[in-house]
Design a protein around this ligand. Structure first.
Ligand SMILES: Cc1cc2nc3c(=O)[nH]c(=O)nc-3n(C[C@H](O)[C@H](O)[C@H](O)COP(=O)(O)OP(=O)(O)OC[C@H]3O[C@@H](n4cnc5c(N)ncnc54)[C@H](O)[C@@H]3O)c2cc1C
Ligand code: SF4
Length: 328
C-alpha cells in the first residue's frame, strides 16, 4: 500500500484566509481541492509538501453564476460532476460539459474540481510511477533526476498537459481570475499555460485560481472528443476541442481548435481551421483542414498507445469533432 507522507492541513473558510495562509507558509505549502491528482502524486512522492491548504471549505469557490447571454462565472471549486450536469453548460458550452464528464470516474468527478483539473500536473510514462519504480530507473529531471528519459539529449521536459477541460477552456476563449495577498488579475486561460513540462503554469506560487470566466455563448457551437485506451476511465492521449459559429448564409464565420495531450500545454491550431472561415464546409474541406491541423501535433513516446497509432488517429478525431459541429 502506498501511504501519504506526513503533512499539516490548514482549512481556510474564505478566499482571504486562504491567500493569507499561502503567503504565510511560503513555497513549502501546496493547495489542495478535491485531491484526486495531488494525493496520488504525494503517495508516489512526486510532491511532499509539509503543509496543505485545503480549499474545500470555501463556499465562494463552489458556485456557478451568470448567463449564456452575459457570460458565466464558474468557481474553481465546482466539481466536475456539477459542471457536467449543469443545464446551461450542457446547452450553451457543450464541449465543457462533455470534457468534464469524460474525466476519470464518477467517484473522482464527484470530488475533483474544475480548478484542480485546469492545474493538473503534466504527465509522462516515466514520471507517473511509484518512487520505487522511478528510483530503479534513475529518476528524470522532472523529479529527483537530471536527464529526460524520453528524449535523453533534450534540455527540457516533455511531460504532457493531460487535463480534459484545459483545451476546451482555451478554445472557448475563457479567462481565469488569480488572487493573492498582492491583489488579483484576470488573464485569458491560454496565458496560464506554457510549453514546459516541468513548469507548465504561469501562475505565481502565492496565487489561487478562484474562478473561470466564460464569454457569452453568442452562437458558438462547441464539441470535445477524447482518445483513450479504456472508454470507462483513462487520461486523454488526445483531446480535440473545436468551436465555431456560422454566418446567416451558412458559411463559417469563426472557428477555433485546440488539441490536448499532445504537448506540455494545450496546443492551439486556429491557423488550420481558419481555412474554414467564409466557406460552406464540404467533407473534402474538413478532411484537408483536419490533416493540416494534425501536422502540428507531435506526440512523443511518453503516453499510452504507440506514437504511430496516435499520429494516424489525430486527423480522424479532428475531422469527427468538426463533423459533429457541422453535420456535413
Ligand atoms: C484514476 C484517475 C484517473 C484520472 N483520469 C483523468 C482524466 O481522464 N482526465 C483528467 O483531466 N484528469 C484525470 N484525473 C485527474 C484528476 O482526477 C482530475 O484532473 C481532477 O479534476 C483534479 O481536480 P482536484 O480538485 O482533485 O485537484 P487536486 O488534486 O486537489 O489539485 C490538483 C493541482 O491543482 C492545484 N490546485 C487545485 N485547485 C487549485 C486552485 N483553486 N488554485 C490553485 N491551485 C489549485 C493543486 O495544488 C494541485 O497542484 C484522474 C485521476 C485519477 C486518480
Ligand atoms: S518528459 Fe522526460 S523529464 Fe519529463 S517527465 Fe518524462 S522523462 Fe521526465
Amino acid at each position: 500500500m502506498l501511504r501519504l507522507p506526513p503533512f499539516r492541513y490548514l482549512a481556510p473558510g474564505t478566499i482571504e484566509q486562504a491567500v493569507a495562509m499561502l503567503a504565510g507558509e511560503g513555497e513549502q505549502a501546496m493547495l489542495v481541492a478535491g485531491g484526486t491528482d495531488l494525493y496520488p502524486n504525494m503517495k508516489r512522492r512526486q510532491f511532499t509538501p509539509p503543509v496543505l491548504i485545503g480549499l474545500r471549505g470555501i463556499a465562494a469557490l463552489k458556485s456557478i453564476d451568470g448567463s449564456p447571454e452575459q457570460g458565466m462565472r464558474i468557481g474553481a471549486g465546482v466539481t466536475l460532476t456539477t459542471l457536467a450536469e449543469h443545464p446551461l453548460i450542457q446547452q450553451h458550452y457543450p464541449a465543457l460539459a462533455t470534457a468534464s464528464a469524460a474525466v476519470s470516474t464518477p467517484q473522482l468527478r464527484n470530488a475533483g474540481t474544475i480548478g484542480g483539473n485546469v492545474l493538473l500536473d503534466t504527465r509522462c510514462n516515466y514520471y507517473n510511477q511509484t518512487e520505487f519504480w522511478r528510483h530503479s530507473i534513475g529518476y528524470c529531471m522532472k523529479k529527483d533526476g537530471d536527464i529526460c528519459l524520453v528524449a535523453p539529449g533534450s534540455p527540457r521536459c516533455w511531460a504532457i498537459s493531460s487535463a480534459d477541460t484545459a483545451p476546451v477552456l482555451v478554445t472557448l476563449d475563457a479567462q481565469v481570475r488569480l488572487v493573492s495577498v498582492r491583489g488579483e488579475r484576470v488573464i485569458p486561460v491560454r496565458q496560464l499555460f506554457q510549453d514546459d513540462g516541468m513548469h507548465p503554469y504561469t501562475k505565481a506560487a502565492d496565487e489561487i485560481l478562484t474562478e473561470i470566466l466564460l464569454p457569452p455563448a453568442d452562437g458558438w457551437r462547441s464539441a470535445y472528443i477524447k482518445l483513450r485506451r479504456r472508454g470507462s476511465f483513462d487520461f486523454p492521449i488526445l483531446g480535440v476541442a473545436a468551436a465555431l459559429r456560422l454566418a446567416a448564409d451558412g458559411t463559417v464565420a469563426d472557428a477555433r481548435l485546440t488539441l490536448g495531450a499532445v504537448a506540455s500545454h494545450p496546443l492551439e491550431v486556429n491557423d488550420a481551421v481558419a481555412r474554414l472561415v467564409g466557406q460552406r464546409p464540404t467533407p473534402q474541406l474538413l478532411e484537408e483542414v483536419a490533416a493540416l491541423a494534425a501536422k502540428r501535433a507531435r506526440p512523443l513516446d511518453n503516453a499510452d498507445l504507440t506514437i504511430n497509432y496516435r499520429k494516424q488517429v489525430t486527423p480522424v478525431y479532428i475531422r469527427r469533432a468538426l463533423h459533429e459541429l457541422l453535420e456535413v
